[in-house]
Design a protein around this ligand. Structure first.
Ligand code: GDP
Ligand code: IMO
Ligand code: MG
Length: 443
């Protein structure tokens, strides 16, 4: 049995949703380990688009147990809405195929209010968050006062914790001229959620331990990407969770040795939503053309994504930080029709070549990318299913990326549908049921 972790290697939106859905038939369980409904994971099934935010993308495959780990921050409202929306589309969800960790922290009504105040305070330097209350919910967790999913199971505890938190945060809201919240009204709202959510709330670390012991295979699903990781990303322009592979162990209460293979999802170019340094950004018409062809609009907020060339310095860094075993290369079809394609091979800062990806945003902001220019390819990549039949210039592009980032490509996605996929033989761990992935592609 092989457990695989799927992680974003750039600034999110690499196509993790498609990859997770595609691989799910080889697994019994799909477990998300961090983030919240800031994520937007898009899956196309037979021409129909589904965007998952909080619920693992494995939910679309019947018979898969989906786990929302302790590392997430969960908005009960968003959870119940996403569940209802999926049910309306015919996706069966009940406590037999979805579990939520008792230890997951809840996003409370004051969190988006606190976030808005902080973003406004930053002015020009704002992070450009998704305004979902993600950051403040993780702040409360680190401050050891957060309300957790398990607290919904005892209404006396829930009321006391809501009183404490609303009392504290109201002072700050009042100071900033925001109408304070009524703790009793918040309690009533959450007591309502509690009744609906209780069947899903479990000790998911224990659940996973039992299932793994019984020989079940787990796919660990990451949200966001390494460059948005709280520790390893482009701080402070990051999200507030551990999006890197290391986050899976703490975010699910699973020992690191249970992760057998780390698959990094990487786009054939680079995108970023929100503010922050982006050395290979294309601020010209070409950037707009790539955005249009790639349909680069946020799956959660609808904001246009900034686009730029493939950045091998950033992805090589992501491969190192995550211990990547293989890459899933997505969206190369978007670059079709370009005569030349560029790849960033290094950064210069004040004239000197930097040894790698810098930690400081003010260095990254001024980093001047050095590029290698490759020949483009025309057509024949979109919806391709056979690697051997692909144009030589495309194969050269793939090999160049592999050499620069020191990781091999295991999967190439050539379109939005499950069928638009090439699996590279010999790149997958022993024990992975690839036959099931292949059988599941057409369904
Ligand atoms: P995620 O957050 O990493 O799951 O990625 P998103 O769903 O936010 O964004 C990826 C977008 O690219 C989605 O609209 C996908 O349907 C789309 N996509 C995924 N793979 C491919 C591909 O190979 N080619 C094209 N053209 N689109 C793709
Ligand atoms: P998926 O899982 C792309 C970005 C926001 C902002 C920063 C902080 O779909 O790849 P937050 O609301 O998390 O405090 O915002 O992180 N961001 C994402 N960008 N994809 C995502 O998720 C993102 N989730 C957060 O735009 O710059
Ligand atoms: Mg996304």
């Amino acid at each position: 049995m092989a457990n695989v972790l799927v992680v974003g290697t750039q600034w999110g939106d690499e196509g993790k949703g498609k990859v997770v859905d595609l691989l799910t038939p080889a697994f019994d369980i799909v477990a998300r380990y961090q983030g919240g409904h800031n994520a937007g994971h898009t899956v196309y099934v037979g021409g129909r688009k589904v965007v998952l935010h909080l619920i693992p993308a494995g939910i679309l495959r019947p018979g898969t147990l989906c786990v929302i780990g302790n590392g997430l921050v969960v908005s009960p409202e968003a959870f119940l809405k996403e569940k209802a929306d999926l049910a309306a589309r015919g996706v069966r969800i009940d406590e037999t195929n979805l579990a939520l960790s008792r230890r997951a922290h809840l996003i409370m009504p004051y969190h988006p209010l606190l976030e808005k105040i902080d973003e406004d305070r930053r002015g020009e330097g704002k992070i450009g968050t998704t305004c979902r209350g993600i950051g403040p919910a993780y702040e409360d967790k680190a401050a050891r006062r957060g309300v957790r999913a398990g607290d919904l199971l005892d209404l006396d505890v829930l009321r006391a914790k809501i009183r404490e938190n609303v009392g504290l945060h109201n002072e700050f809201l009042k100071f900033h001229g925001v109408v304070p919240l009524d703790p009793e009204a918040v309690f009533k709202e959450f007591a309502g959620y509690a009744a609906e959510m209780a069947p899903f709330i479990k000790d998911t670390s224990l659940l996973l331990a039992r299932e793994i012991k019984a020989g079940k295979a787990v796919l660990f699903e990451g949200a966001q990407g390494v460059l948005l990781d709280l520790d390893h990303g482009t701080y402070p322009y990051v999200t507030s969770s551990s999006a890197s592979a290391g986050g899976a162990s703490t975010g699910l209460g699973v020992g690191p040795r249970e992760i057998h293979f780390v698959l990094g999802v990487v786009k054939a170019y680079t995108t970023r939503v929100g503010s922050g340094p982006f050395p290979t950004e294309l601020r010209d018409d070409l950037g707009k053309r790539i955005a249009a062809r790639g349909d680069e609009f946020g799956a959660t907020t609808g904001r246009p994504r900034r686009c730029g060339w493939f950045d091998a310095v950033a992805v090589a860094y992501a491969c190192r930080v995550n211990g990547i075993d293989g890459l899933a290369l997505t969206k190369p079809d978007v670059l079709e029709e370009l005569d030349e394609i560029r790849i960033c091979t290094g950064y210069r800062y004040k004239g000197d070549l930097l040894p790698g990806f810098p930690a400081e945003p003010w260095i990254l902001e001024k980093a001047v990318p050095e590029y290698r220019t490759l020949a483009g390819w025309r057509n024949s990549v979109h919806r391709a299913r056979d690697f051997a039949a692909l144009p030589a210039s495309f194969k050269d592009y793939v090999r160049t990326i592999e050499d620069l980032v020191e990781a091999k490509v295991a999967l190439i996605s050539t379109g939005v549908e499950r069928e638009d996929t090439i699996l590279i033989d010999g790149m997958w761990p022993a024990g992975l049921r690839l036959d099931r992935v292949k059988a599941g592609i057409g369904r």
